[in-house]
Ligand binder design. Structure first.
Ligand SMILES: [Zn+2]
Length: 278
């Protein structure tokens, strides 16, 4: 079968702490208890990269990136400076792992909210290195195409016209203009080399991610608002997808039918108005 399969260690997963109401293993927030964190790999201000205590996928190296010391906050509340620092820190550690040659694939993503697949409220991201996961099976390039929103500093934003699951998925794709003219890129879905983008492009990416998350939060006025951010490497360049999360449609789960929202043009216009103010 043309899919990636990996073992999930149930014995390890059973003990994972959870801080969303109603989930089992309710605990106080382990990411707030900074002095008892172990396996810290790097820090910058209150941003911490550490080994995941619950390495449930085998074989893999799972890291956690704690975004802030503010447990109840999230991306829309960060200062612009903090958001930029976070994106530069995350991209640089992720791409270092990608280019290390130790893994076939390295993924970088964020879960936020109870419907995102995450278990802890405290804002965090994950970086996972897989020695045996084929990047060619992780996405389709067409998913990065969409209704144009805005392009600046090599960051191209669009509303996906071929959503990966369904509804409003926002792409933030880096073009060649986001990189030094001297760098070399991997081809197609091969992961490395994947150079670090120029500082100005990373800052614009951070600003637009922050604006796009705030936009989604505004249009989904609900308490359990949830989303994922997924970082990909396509043609050696960083591509980011922001996906709102809902209980997933049975048409998708059962039959792989993707639901394409009919208000794409209108959403693109509203998002353009918001991002143009940044
Ligand atoms: Zn916390």
């Amino acid at each position: 079968m043309r899919v990636n399969l990996i073992d999930f260690n149930i014995a390890v997963g059973k003990h994972k702490p959870r801080t969303f109401q109603g989930m089992p293993n309710q605990s106080s927030c382990p990411f707030c208890d900074v002095k008892n964190l172990t396996g810290i790999l790097a820090t910058e201000g209150n941003i911490i990269l550490l080994k995941n205590k619950y390495n449930v996928m085998e074989p893999s190296d799972q890291l956690v990136l704690i975004e802030t010391d503010q447990c109840r906050s999230d991306i829309p509340e960060y200062s612009r400076e903090h958001m930029r620092r976070l994106v530069r820190f995350g991209l640089s550690h992720w791409l270092t792992m990608v280019n290390s040659g130790d893994y076939q694939s390295v993924v970088f993503f964020k879960n936020f909210g109870p419907l995102s697949g995450g278990t802890l409220r405290h804002p965090h991201m994950q970086i996972i290195g897989f020695p045996k996961i084929n990047p060619a099976l992780m996405y389709e390039p067409e998913e990065f195409q969409g209704v144009p929103v805005i392009t600046q500093n090599g960051v191209e934003v669009n509303i996906s016209t071929q959503p990966r699951v369904g509804f409003t998925e926002i792409n933030l794709n880096l073009t060649a203009a986001a990189y030094s003219s001297k760098v070399a890129f991997a081809e197609e879905k091969v992961q490395s080399p994947a150079p670090l983008p120029l500082p100005g492009a990373m800052d614009t990416l951070a600003d637009y991610i922050q604006g796009a998350v705030a936009f989604l939060k505004e249009i989904h006025q609900r308490e359990n608002f949830s989303y994922n951010l997924f970082f990909y490497i396509y043609q050696g360049r960083v591509h980011v997808r922001l996906m709102p999360r809902y209980p997933t449609s049975p048409l998708f789960i059962g039959y792989s039918i993707h639901l394409n929202p009919t208000n794409r043009e209108q959403t693109a216009k509203q998002l353009r108005e918001k991002l143009a103010l940044i």
